[in-house]
Ligand binder design. Sequence first.
Ligand SMILES: Cc1cc2nc3c(=O)[nH]c(=O)nc-3n(C[C@H](O)[C@H](O)[C@H](O)COP(=O)(O)OP(=O)(O)OC[C@H]3O[C@@H](n4cnc5c(N)ncnc54)[C@H](O)[C@@H]3O)c2cc1C
Ligand code: SF4
Length: 510
Amino acid sequence: MTAAATPNIVVPESRGATLRLDCDVVVVGSGAGGATAAATLAEAGLDVICLEEGGYHPTAEYSADIPQMIAKILRNGGATAIMGRSPVPYLEGRCVGGSTVVNGGMCWRTPERVLDTWVNEYRLEALSARRLEPHFEEVERTINARYQDPGSEGPNNDMFKRGADRLGWKLSKNRRNQIHCVGSNDCVTGCPTGAKQSTISTWLPRLYARGGAVYTHCRVEKILQEGGRVVGVAGRIVDLDGERRFVVRSRAVVLAGGAVQTPILMLRNGIQVKSGQVGRNFTIHPNVKMAALFDHPVAVRGAHQAWQCIEFEHEGILMAPGLIPLAFQSVAFNDFGPRLAQRMRDHEHIATGGILVDDHASGRVQVLPFGIPLVRYDVTDEDQRRFIQGAAYLATLYFEAGAREVYTPFHHFPRLRSPDDIRRMKAAAPRVQDTEYFTAHLMGTVRMHGDARQGALSPDGQVWDRPGLYVADAAAMPGTIGVNPQVTIMALARHIALHLGDRLKSRAAA
Ligand SMILES: Cc1cc2nc3c(=O)[nH]c(=O)nc-3n(C[C@H](O)[C@H](O)[C@H](O)COP(=O)(O)OP(=O)(O)OC[C@H]3O[C@@H](n4cnc5c(N)ncnc54)[C@H](O)[C@@H]3O)c2cc1C
Ligand code: SF4
C-alpha cells in the first residue's frame, strides 16, 4: 500500500490479498455529502474511513488538457445521459472531492419556502430554517462562500448584468466557494489555481486532522448485512495495474455516492424499503443553454455565474450567465456544419447563459435484470412552457445588452435575429423532443420523509427499517429546491452525521 503526498489519503495497491479494514463508520463517496459527513463524524470522536471510487488529483494536476481532465475526474468521461422524452446529458465527478471538484461554485442556501414545505408537508421538523441555520453557517464558513474579487467576473457576466440592468430586472449577486478566483473559466475540468474550495481543501482536511482517511480507487459494490443490520461494505480496488478486493467492517455505513449511484448501489444489493421509494422522486433542475453574438469580445475568461436574474423566480425561472469553455462549445451549441464552424470562429464574441427551471416532474433510477441501471426523467409540457418563456426573457436581455444574434436550444428555431423573432419563437412553441437540455443537479432518489410510506429515509437519515445504513448525499434531499444544491446537501449531511455521531457514542457509553 502506498500513501499519496497528502497525509491520510491512501492509494491502496491494486494487487494482492483482500484488504481488510475496521472502523466505526465507513462513508462511501468523498463529494459534497460524503466529505461533510466524514469530517463531522470524525470530529465527533469516531474512527472514520471514506472510500472513494475515483483517484486523488491535487491542484497541480489540473490543466487545460480537457480530454485528459475529463477522463480523470468525470464518470464515464462525461458521457452520461438521462433517458426520456428528450435525453438530458449530465455530469458526475468521479474523484476525491466528487462533483465539488467540477462544479461552478455557486453557494445558495435552501430557500425558506422550500424548508417550510419540508417541515409542514414532509414532517421534517429538524429541517426548519431555524434548526438548519447553524449548519448553513458552518458550511458557508468551511467552504469559504464569498463574493468574487472585483474585476474577476469577466465580460460574459458583465453583458448579462448590462441587459438585466437596462430592463430593470432584479439581479442577485452570487456567492461562490472560492478564494481569489481569477476567472480562468476552467471550473468544469477542475480549478488549476486552487481558488475553488472543493471538499479536497475544506471538509477533507478536517477529516484528516481527526485521524480519518480517504482510500482512493475503492469502488463499493456490496453492502454487508448480518441479522438485519448493515455491518460494512465490500468491493474492488481498481486501477490500471489491476484489481483487488476489499472488505470494511463498521458500526454504521453512510452512503454518499450521489443521487444516481447511491440508489443503484442499494438496489443492486436488494435494498428497497417497504414503500418502494428507493430510486423514485428523481428531480434534476433541467436547464437549457442560450448564446448571444456580440460585436466585441465577451468570452474566454471570467467566473461562472457571478450573477443570477431572479426577476422571474416566482414563475420558477432562474437565468444566469455561464461561460462554456471552448472545448465544450461545439457540443453545447444546437448547430452543425458550416454554421457551427462559423460559431466556433466567432467564439470570443459569443456570450453564453442558461435557464434553470424548478421542475415539477420526477423521474426514477432503476436497476434492470443483470444489474443494468436505467435513469429516466421526462420533461413535462408545463416545464417546457417555462423553458420557452425563459428563453424569451433571456433573448430579450441579450438583445437589450447589444447582442446581434441570439442562439436558442430549440432545434427548429435555432437563431433569433431581432426581438420580433422572439415572438415567432414563442408562437412556434418548440416541443420537448426538439429541445437540448442539460443538468448538473441530481436529487431526491432516496428521499427523507417523516412518513415511512412516502420516503426512504427517516428524519435522521437512516434507511427505514435498515439499522446501520444511512444516506447523506443529494439522494437524501426531500425534493427539488430551485437553486444550486451543494450547500443544502452539506447542511443535510451535517444534520445526519451529527445525529449518527450522538447515537453511536451513546450506544458505546451504554
Ligand atoms: C458541472 C457541474 C456544475 C455544478 N455547479 C454547481 C454549483 O455551482 N453550485 C452548486 O451548489 N452545485 C453545483 N453542482 C452540483 C453539486 O456539485 C452536486 O449536487 C453535489 O456535489 C452532489 O453531492 P453528492 O455528495 O450527492 O455527490 P458527489 O459530489 O457527486 O460525490 C459522490 C462521490 O461518490 C463517489 N462514488 C459514487 N459511487 C461510489 C461507489 N460505489 N464507491 C465509491 N465511491 C463512489 C463518486 O466517485 C463521487 O466522488 C454542479 C455539478 C456539476 C456536475
Ligand atoms: S473560474 Fe475561478 S474557481 Fe473556476 S477554475 Fe478558474 S480560478 Fe478556479
